[in-house]
Every structure is written in structure tokens, then in C-alpha cells.
Design a protein around this ligand. Structure first.
Ligand SMILES: Cc1ncc(COP(=O)(O)O)c(C=O)c1O
Length: 581
């Protein structure tokens, strides 16, 4: 760099002008334009969803091992961001990206992010967040009302009442679940007599005081792994998250839950167990299914335990009347979490945790002399996080700009896209659909038509002896194993092709239980996705799947012939026919 320029940018006066103040708007506008250009280029640029650069190549781009010494010009660093970062960022807003829960965001979110950064409020305390503390409380009240629908008078009394909190704004579903389970733990082991409560005394003393060997959380096998993280952080131990199998609709099997609860409460096992919480999911990460909330509420009430609903993914659908029936019973939950960066189309990352009882958060209230004094009105008294950004501005403004009606239109589009995707996959015949989507998530896998037919034929076979049934199960298992490998390879091929994206997961199959199957998972919430794009996505998957199949076919034929050998001969013509392709 020219030494004169270097001197200027190393001067205090230059650095002072980098800070937002009345005499710096020109530069701000100049660089703002540059930033918008970078953003537009990112969206306009053709090419892959993930960029073709390899991970080792990226590690060589970002290989500076020490903090830069000298200052650099903003325009140079912005150019570097464009070249090195934006060019290799994932185009999660692409309409061809129907994988994870991250989607396109409305452009006004960029403006809101700028306001948030410029105001730089710290939500922990009123001295650093004045109006923004009230915005946050208003937003939390809106969602509390959508979930619990208490009276107008209730919200007038409590919404801005600093002695209570209807909920917290968090950095996302993980923190919200942790917050809910922290409150559940306090309620499970409250102060009594000389015992000061679990918060002060810790888990070991709490269990001893109440005469338990362990405290557990019950959740469906489709529960998000953040529940396990919470159990570990709260000192309960991951082993004490008990998973209940899912039913054929990927919802918690209520009978399984009742059996487990009875077993834990009968005291027959050697461990005396406290059920700290039952967690329902609305909807789950892998399939979008919503648990049977009224039943789960009933069981929780009969046990007398905290009932938490993890609605991080699906909860925003409560905005729309036609989706509300799915969530029946949610108002019986003691706590509910909802994320803004999922179905509210906000950029990363913000969530909310809501409590039915406005006094519940008092159980975890903290104070400190220098930041959140005992009798202050600071939001930070109730939160796990300390310093927090004013992220609530994004959903708050989005709800004003888009409104419940607008979200209704967006969700209707997501519903239509989900139905359309399903119809296209079915028409192609080489795909097996593995759920009936309740909330815009469809799981499926590539299975060549003849293999799918064979699997269904095996499943439908009746009047088999026990050894024959065992043999059939074994063969189905073998074929599924082959199809799993095929789908893993297909997913890798799709990543290489990089024109479209769906995600991949492995879960216990409800159709081929207890086998785990690998599935492609699509999340169809991007409003820019349409039928022609979905046709292209399926066409690409079908083409690549068929190209890969010859590699797997010999193994399949071997598995198939094994069955033929076993059963041909010994049984009559009619039955032999059932094993044929
Ligand atoms: C059902 C559910 N709960 C919790 C989470 C965790 O949310 P976050 O990633 O915002 O922490 C997710 C994320 O996908 C989720 O789907």
C-alpha cells in the first residue's frame, strides 16, 4: 500500500471517523452501496448452491495465523469479503435449495439488521435498551396470546409488568429448550424446609432431599438433540433423557409413553425416578409431525410434571387459523418455544420461550449489583443469556409488514409446494414417500420402481411360517441396507452436481421398523420455489439415481435370489408367485 495512505489509516483521526456519528454519513452511504452490490452479485451469480471450492482450498484461503497488525481500508476489506466469503457462501435463499429449515428472507430484514446494529441496544438492561425492552415484551405477549389466548385484561396487566415475564427472547430453539427445562428442574425440586432448592443446592442434594435416584425428561425418538444438551448442562445427564418410540405418523407413541411412565412410577425398578418434564414436539425436525398434544398434556397433568412443547420449527404456524387445529392442546403446555428464524422468515438467529404461568420465570431470576439490580425492571433478570441483541425488532416489524394474512399466504404456498413435490415424486415412480407432511417437510428416498414393488410385495405376504417371516425380514433388511447406501451416494452426487439441494437424515423407519433408513429430507418453505423448479429438482434426482443404480443392482439381485432359492420348490405355485419380481 502507498505509505502515505498507510499513515492516514493508522492515524487516530481516521479511526475516530469509522465510528457512527453525525459527520460520517457520506462514507456510510458509499460503502452501503458497495455492500448492496455485493449482495446483489451474490444472488445474481449463476453457479452452484455451495460454490465449487473444496474445504481444503477454503482452509488455504483462511490461513492467516495471527491478528492483523496494521489497519486496512474498508473498501479493501469489503472487496476481500466479496471475493473470499460471499463467493463461497451457501445460497440458502435459492429456490432450488429445499433442504434445511433456512430459506429466503425478505429484503427489509437487511434494513432491520442495519437498524439493530446502528442502535446497538443491549437487551440485558433498561440502561442499555429502553424502547427495545418494551418492543421485546410486546412481541412475547403477541405469541403468548397466540398460544394461550388469555383475556385482554390479562395481557394489559402483565405484558409490560416488570415483576413478571410472559417469556424470554433467546438466540434460538436450543436456548429456549434449555430455559424451559431449567424452569422445569426448579419446579421439580423446589425449596422445602432447610432445603434451599435445586438452584442453590445442586442436583445431588436435590435428589437426596426428595428421595430420588434420578430425574428424567421424556421426549419422542424424533426429539431435537438440544434436549440432550439441556439435560447435560442442567446436570441431569444425557442418559436421563428417555426417548419414546415414534408411531407410524412420526409422533410420540402415546401408549409407549404411558407404559414408560407407569414403569417409572411403579418403583419396581431399582431406581426411584422423578419425571422432571415431558416434552412434546410441534413439529419435529425430521418430518415436521406434531405430537398428540392433548394426550401428552393429559399424561403430564396426571403425573404432575412440567409439560414443555418444542415448537421451535412449527410454532409460527399458529399465526394462521387453518393451521391451528394441528396444535390443539398447546395451550395446556407449561412452556412453548418458537423460533423466528424458521417459519417467521427472519435471518439467523432468534427464538422465544413462553410460559403459561407469568411467574414461572421468577424461579430462575438473577440479580447483580452492577448490571441487573434486584428491584430494577431489567429484562436480563429472567434470561439465561447476558448481553443480547435487539433481534426481536425483526419478527416484530415483519409481523407488522406481512401481517397474519400475509403469513397465511406464505404458508399456503408452502403447503401447495409440499403437495406438488409429493405428486411429482409419486409420478416419477422411483421414489418412496415416507411421511404425510403436516408442516411442509417431506421425507422420501430414491428406490427404483421394481425394488419398491418387491419390498411392498414382501411386506404384504401373508400366511408365512415363523422361519419364513424371519427370512423375509432379513431380506427386507438387506435390500434396505443397499437402498440406504444408494441414497447416501445419491446425496453426495447431488452435492457434486450442486444445482439443487435437499438434506439427508437417517431415522428409524416406521414402515420397516425397527430398521433405520436413510432418507432425503425436503423443507418446502421458500416462497420463490415453484412447480417448474420442483420438477427440475426431481428430474435431477431421478437422473442421478438411475445413473448410480447399476452399481447397486448386483447386490440387490443377490439378495433377491437368496429369497428365491430359499422358497422356490418347497411351496406351491401360487405362493412362489409372491416372491417373484
Ligand atoms: C424442533 C426443534 N427444536 C429445537 C431446535 C434448535 O433450534 P436452534 O437451532 O435455533 O437452536 C430445532 C432446530 O432445527 C428444531 O427443529
Amino acid at each position: 500500500m502507498n505509505p502515505e495512505k498507510k499513515e492516514i489509516i493508522s492515524s487516530f483521526e481516521y479511526l475516530r471517523k469509522l465510528f457512527i456519528m453525525p459527520d460520517s454519513p457520506d462514507k456510510f452511504i458509499e460503502f452501503g452501496h458497495q455492500m448492496l452490490e455485493t449482495i446483489h452479485d451474490f444472488f445474481k451469480e449463476k453457479g452452484g448452491i455451495h460454490s465449487s471450492i473444496t474445504l481444503p482450498e477454503l482452509s488455504r484461503i483462511f490461513d492467516e495465523t495471527a491478528v492483523p497488525d496494521a489497519p486496512n481500508l474498508i473498501k479493501d476489506v469489503l472487496a476481500e469479503i466479496k471475493l473470499k466469503v460471499a463467493a463461497h457462501s451457501v445460497k440458502v435463499g435459492s429456490p432450488y435449495y429445499v433442504g434445511h429449515m433456512t430459506s429466503a428472507v425478505p429484503y427489509f430484514m437487511i434494513i432491520l439488521e442495519m437498524i439493530i446494529a446502528a442502535l446497538n441496544q443491549n437487551q440485558v438492561k433498561i440502561e442499555t435498551a429502553k424502547a427495545s425492552s418494551f418492543v421485546e415484551r410486546e412481541l412475547v405477549a403477541w405469541f403468548h396470546r397466540l398460544v394461550y389466548n388469555r383475556t385482554e385484561n390479562y395481557y394489559q396487566r402483565n405484558m409490560q409488568n416488570p415483576r413478571v415475564a410472559l417469556g424470554n427472547v433467546t438466540s434460538g430453539g436450543t436456548l429456549s429448550n434449555l430455559n424451559a427445562l431449567l424452569v422445569a428442574r426448579e419446579k421439580a425440586f423446589p425449596p422445602s424446609g432447610s432445603f434451599p432448592g435445586v438452584r442453590e443446592a445442586g442436583m445431588e442434594k436435590a435428589l437426596r432431599h426428595y428421595g430420588y435416584d434420578r430425574g428424567v425428561i421424556l421426549v419422542s425418538a424424533r426429539g431435537h438433540y438440544s434436549i440432550r444438551k439441556a439435560a447435560s448442562i442442567l446436570g441431569l445427564g444425557e442418559q436421563n433423557v428417555i426417548t419414546i418410540p415414534a408411531d407410524s405418523k412420526h409422533r410420540m407413541d402415546v401408549r409407549g409413553l404411558c407404559r414408560k411412565v407407569d414403569g417409572l412410577q411403579s418403583g419396581k425398578g431399582k431406581n426411584k425416578t422423578k419425571i422432571i418434564a415431558i416434552v412434546g414436539i410441534a413439529g419435529n425436525t425430521e418430518t415436521g409431525s406434531v405430537d398428540n398434544l392433548p394426550k401428552l398434556a393429559e399424561v403430564s397433568e396426571s403425573v404432575g410434571t412440567h409439560f414443555h412443547v418444542d415448537a421451535a420449527w412449527g410454532g409460527a404456524a399458529l399465526l394462521v387459523d387453518e393451521c391451528r387445529t394441528l396444535f390443539q392442546g398447546i395451550d395446556r403446555a407449561d412452556s412453548v418455544c418458537i423460533d423466528a428464524h424458521k417459519l417467521l422468515y427472519c435471518p439467523m438467529a432468534m427464538g422465544m420461550i413462553l410460559f403459561k404461568n407469568e411467574k414461572d420465570l421468577n424461579l430462575i431470576k438473577q440479580s447483580s449489583q452492577y448490571v441487573i439490580r434486584r428491584n430494577s425492571v431489567d429484562t436480563g433478570r429472567f434470561t439465561i443469556e447476558g448481553s443480547r441483541p435487539f433481534d426481536s425488532l425483526k419478527p416484530w416489524a415483519a409481523l407488522k409488514i406481512i401481517g397474519r394474512e400475509g403469513y397465511g399466504l406464505l404458508f399456503r404456498r408452502a403447503r401447495d409446494n409440499t403437495d406438488t413435490f409429493q405428486e411429482i415424486l409419486q409420478r416419477r415412480q422411483n421414489f418412496e414417500i415416507l411421511n404425510s407432511p403436516e408442516l411442509f417437510i417431506l421425507i422420501y428416498r430414491f428406490v427404483p420402481q421394481q425394488v419398491k414393488k418387491q419390498l411392498y410385495k414382501w411386506q404384504a405376504s401373508k400366511r408365512l411360517s415363523e422361519p419364513e417371516k424371519r427370512e423375509v425380514r432379513k431380506k427386507i433388511g438387506k435390500v434396505n441396507h443397499i437402498i440406504n447406501a444408494l441414497n447416501i451416494k445419491l446425496h453426495k452426487a447431488l452435492r457434486l452436481d450442486d444445482t439443487t439441494f435437499v438434506s439427508r437424515t437417517t431415522l428409524e423407519s416406521t414402515r420397516y421398523r425397527p430398521q433405520h433408513i436413510t432418507v432425503l429430507r425436503s423443507c418446502l418453505i421458500n416462497p420463490l420455489t415453484d412447480r417448474s423448479i420442483l420438477e427440475e429438482i426431481v428430474k435431477t434426482q431421478n437422473r442421478l439415481g438411475m445413473e448410480l443404480w447399476p452399481e447397486f443392482e448386483p447386490a440387490y439381485l443377490k439378495a433377491l435370489n437368496g429369497v428365491r432359492k430359499t422358497f422356490a420348490g418347497g411351496r406351491g405355485e401360487q405362493e412362489q408367485g409372491r416372491w417373484a419380481l
